[in-house]
Design a protein around this ligand. Structure first.
Ligand SMILES: Cc1cc2nc3c(=O)[nH]c(=O)nc-3n(C[C@H](O)[C@H](O)[C@H](O)COP(=O)(O)OP(=O)(O)OC[C@H]3O[C@@H](n4cnc5c(N)ncnc54)[C@H](O)[C@@H]3O)c2cc1C
Length: 395
């Protein structure tokens, strides 16, 4: 009765993709929302689901085959996250570990970094978090102050700074930290990326008390003269934004997948309920005041998926510029569709929408995540205003 609303199988998606979609959906159904709720209640991590998804090759589906990955792209990985989310059991770490960190290391890492990290990220035995947000920078990444200076004698990097809201640092083997070098300490961001092991000296973390019912926790990080070997730097210290966006565009596509999955899950619950619940002559789903917003939610989720697929195709085809605009739009559309779908789902269930038993109320908070992170709704509207429409900037 609670089957999530399935996407329309179509010529837009190859047989392989449709087969992957239904296989992941079958895995998701075996775990589902009850499993995730139990994991959260027990303050654990979805280890069983993570391990099984890894064994089936889903976690590293986007990573190169020579390092144990599936040889696919962000299209395939976003499909995995969407389907797990649609079953009520999303794995948020897919957004950071294989999508951002795996992609950046695959594209810009040294052969040693690839050999050290990609096999583990691909088979799920290792995970990597990603830290860019800072307390005094927030949406304005150009203002980040985490600084890396070079020890002239050893060639080591020494990192100092603070990060906030970084997900999964407690379970990740390392965090990919975005900083800037001393030479590029001011002005427009010229980012450089460092792999910081979880137990590095001077790398502190404090869990932030979030009103979110999810197994992945958020952390404030302090980097207090963290000494890293020269080979901790991923890519070129002068490569700048290109290298960073190689990770941020997949993150946006994956956040869209996360949102579409959640929206489909909530919509599926609401549709099933609206077919069964009768308080007059006909089920409540016969009232257009209930049916139309649900139909609208379905249309908006489907439309957002099309934009997500466009962004993933462009990214996987190597069009970083085209993918940037599409990934922003996809993230925007998916987050808005998700927030509306969850809101309408809760409303459709009446009082039951707020019970623990039906498990929808906590999604009201969770659905806001995609509107805020990794880049807020307003910053995407700014991007489209300035970059796409050429309108002047107010800030
Ligand atoms: C659950 C969760 C997980 C996260 N995980 C990670 C992670 O793993 N790694 C990481 O680095 N970060 C992570 N983040 C951080 C996230 O990316 C930031 O919260 C986000 O970028 C917004 O920054 P901020 O919270 O500082 O908000 P602010 O930048 O302070 O913005 C506050 C409000 O002001 C608006 N605003 C700001 N500037 C403008 C403007 N110029 N025009 C119009 N409106 C504006 C914003 O849209 C927003 O509504 C996570 C956040 C959450 C909630």
């Amino acid at each position: 009765m609670n089957a999530p609303v399935a996407p329309v199988a179509s010529v837009l998606e190859s047989e392989e993709h449709q087969a992957l979609r239904s296989a992941v959906a079958a895995l998701g159904r075996r775990y589902g929302r009850d499993y995730m709720t139990r994991v959260v209640r027990e303050e654990g991590h979805p280890e069983e689901l993570w391990a099984e998804a890894a064994k089936l090759g889903y976690l590293g589906v986007n990573l190169p085959e020579e390092y144990g990955g599936g040889g696919g792209g962000i299209y395939e990985l976003s499909l995995v996250l969407e389907e797990l989310g649609a079953s009520g059991a999303p794995l948020l770490m897919l957004v950071v570990s294989p999508a951002i960190c795996g992609t950046v290391i695959s594209r810009f890492g040294t052969p040693e970094q690839k050999a050290a990290w990609l096999p583990g990220l691909a088979d799920g035995s290792r995970t990597m978090a990603f830290g860019i947000t800072e307390p005094d920078a927030g949406s304005n990444s150009h203002r980040i102050t985490t600084t890396a200076r070079r020890d002239p004698d050893s060639g080591d990097w020494i990192l100092s700074g603070r990060k906030v809201f970084v997900s999964g640092v407690d379970i990740a083997d390392a965090t990919l930290i975005v900083g800037r070098t001393e030479d590029a300490r001011t002005g427009s961001l010229k980012p450089c990326l460092f792999i910081v092991p979880r137990d590095a000296e001077g790398f502190g973390r404090r869990q932030i008390d979030m009103e979110l019912q999810a197994p992945e926790k958020q952390f404030e990080l302090t980097l207090d003269d963290v000494r890293l070997p020269a080979e901790a730097l991923v890519g070129d210290e002068d490569a700048g934004l290109l290298q960073l966006f190689a990770g941020l565009n997949p993150e946006r596509v994956m956040t869209a997948a996360f949102a579409i999955g959640m929206g489909r899950f909530a919509l599926g619950k609401a549709v099933a309920y609206a077919k069964e619940r009768s308080v007059w002559k006909a089920p409540i789903g016969a009232h257009q005041a209930i049916a139309h917003p649900l139909a609208q939610a379905h249309i908006e989720l489907e439309t957002a998926r099309l934009m997500m697929q466009k962004a993933a195709h462009l990214y996987d085809a190597g069009d970083d510029i085209g993918a940037g605009e599409a990934a922003n739009m996809a993230k925007y559309a998916a987050a808005e569709a998700c927030v509306k779908a969850v809101d309408q789902a809760v409303h459709t269930l009446g009082g039951n929408g707020l019970t623990r038993e039906f498990g929808l109320a906590s999604l009201i908070t969770a659905s806001r995540v995609a509107r805020i992170a990794p880049v807020s709704r307003e910053m995407i509207l700014n991007y489209v205003s300035h970059q796409t429409l050429g309108l002047p900037k107010s800030y």
